[in-house]
Ligand binder design. Structure first.
Ligand code: ADP
Ligand code: MG
Length: 253
């Protein structure tokens, strides 16, 4: 019997993950034998320079893409053994996403965007879930914006709607890909504080991909990628410490 990810305290795990694009001799290796675990209840940052394979890793962990080789689990479900339609259902029910470009539905108002995961799953929120959504709306400061469309909101407000949508179903894992990439520094800090609070206050597991040391300094744990490989791992660190590690990585190459 294999040890399960949950027995290891993990909400996601990948082992010996490789991803190559193109065919020889023009192969690009985006991921090269990556093995990591995302701990349940923690806010984990996956940090690395542009082109290091962060988005590729996130897409495979979230079941949006398949690896060339290796295995991936979400909780105790091996997603690399699943077909496309099963993966679609798994993503809807058990994963939340926050993207750099917000990815809100322009024709839906704020409330419509927040409850979209339930709509897509063909069900209505339960009483308990409705309560939770109202709490999220309050704590994210969206109460007086519920009938607004995305284009009527600032970038920071749009990203708060995306966070509310990602947290609404209390998914196993929320993936955030450069969530502050399109925000000014003040809105960016707010978004990071909200993600950190979701993990600290009710144990939401979050995996955030970023190249920004300030963003990574909000995480409980930081996994460093360079050229498709894991090169370092740290607990909570200051932006200065993270910058120093990044600089060291660049000099090693
Ligand atoms: N669809 C693709 N086709 C070919 N190469 C790709 C594709 N997606 C990513 N890559 C390459 O894989 C590497 C890692 O990309 P990516 O995961 O987007 O890095 P990051 O998110 O860290 O910037 C880069 O060299 C990139 O050019
Ligand atoms: Mg990327």
């Amino acid at each position: 019997m294999e040890i399960t990810p949950s027995e290891l305290g993990l909400v996601a795990r990948v082992t010996n993950l490789t991803k190559s694009y193109g065919s020889a001799p023009n192969t690009v290796t985006a991921l090269d034998d990556v093995s990591i675990g995302i701990r349940r209840g923690e806010f984990t940052a996956i940090m690395g320079p542009s082109g290091s394979g962060k988005s590729t890793l996130m897409h495979i962990m979230a079941g949006l893409d398949t690896p060339t080789d290796g295995r991936a689990w979400l909780a105790d479900t091996e997603i690399t053994a699943m077909g496309d339609s099963e993966l679609t259902v798994l993503r809807r029910r058990r994963v939340g996403f926050v993207f750099q470009a917000f990815n809100l539905v322009p024709t839906l108002d704020v409330r419509g965007n927040i409850v979209l995961p339930f709509e897509l799953d063909g069900r209505r929120p339960t009483v308990v879930e409705k309560d939770w959504i109202e709490q999220l709306i309050d704590s994210l400061g969206l109460a007086n914006r519920l009938t607004h469309r995305p284009y009527e909101l600032s970038g920071g407000q749009q990203q708060r709607v995306a966070i509310a949508r990602a947290l609404a179903t209390k998914p196993d894992l929320v993936f955030a890909d450069e969530p502050t990439g399109n925000l000014d520094s003040r809105s960016g800090r707010e978004v990071l504080a909200l993600l950190a609070a979701a993990s600290a206050s009710y144990g939401q597991s979050i995996a955030m991909v970023t190249h920004d040391p300030i963003a990574a300094s909000h995480a409980d744990r930081i996994i460093f990628l360079a050229d498709g490989r894991v090169v370092e791992e740290r607990g909570r660190s200051s932006a200065e410490e993270i910058s120093r590690i990044m600089l060291g990585m660049e000099q090693r190459v």
